[in-house]
Ligand binder design. Structure first.
Ligand code: SF4
Ligand code: SF4
Length: 167
């Protein structure tokens, strides 16, 4: 229908003026993220504090943005960081590159790598957005001992991988 005076347009303006604002007062008011929001990564531990990462680099090879750098190394009986032969000696994620796709999490064979809901990662320095292992490792829960240390007496690496070593 013709609208020579353009009143239809005013209708849109009026409706918008009277409707509830959709903007958020961030950062004063922080809204919770969606439950499965892809935020900062986390490198997980077993219940005794040993690291789940085995330094296999599958996460790095799966990353379409080339955002992950891993260097594996051998565990020894004197210096053990994870069950089994290898651990991630160097682990870095470059958040200047990461697109939050989660393919690295899907590639990880030990569930060492997951994503948290944390999104407040802005920084004025580019170098600060390359997170290393210290940034990414899960904090120690009560009862967890920081590596290096031995596996639980009487257990094998397979027991850890099957989730049979708990707190
Ligand atoms: S979430 Fe995607 S882009 Fe980011 S590190 Fe993992 S695979 Fe790479
Ligand atoms: S996080 Fe997972 S996929 Fe990446 S190096 Fe460690 S064990 Fe391998």
């Amino acid at each position: 229908m013709a609208d020579p005076l353009g009143l239809g347009g005013f209708g849109v303006t009026l409706r918008t003026m009277l409707s509830k604002p959709v903007t958020e007062s961030y950062p004063e008011q922080k809204e919770p993220t969606a439950e499965r929001y892809h935020g900062r990564h986390q490198l997980n531990r077993y219940a005794d504090g040993l690291e789940k990462c085995i330094g296999c680099e599958l996460c790095a090879w799966s990353c379409p943005a080339d955002a992950i750098y891993v260097e594996g190394a051998d565990n020894t009986e004197e210096e053990r960081y994870s069950p089994g032969e290898r651990y991630g000696r160097v682990y870095q994620i470059n958040y200047l590159r990461c697109i939050g796709c989660g393919l690295c999490v899907e590639a990880c064979p030990t569930r060492a790598l997951t994503m948290t809901n944390e999104y407040e990662m802005a920084d004025g320095e580019r170098a600060e957005l390359i997170y290393d292992k210290d940034h990414l490792l899960a904090p120690l829960n009560p009862g967890e001992e920081p590596p290096p240390h031995a596996m639980r007496p009487g257990t094998s690496a397979a027991d850890y991988y099957r989730g049979e070593v708990d707190s």
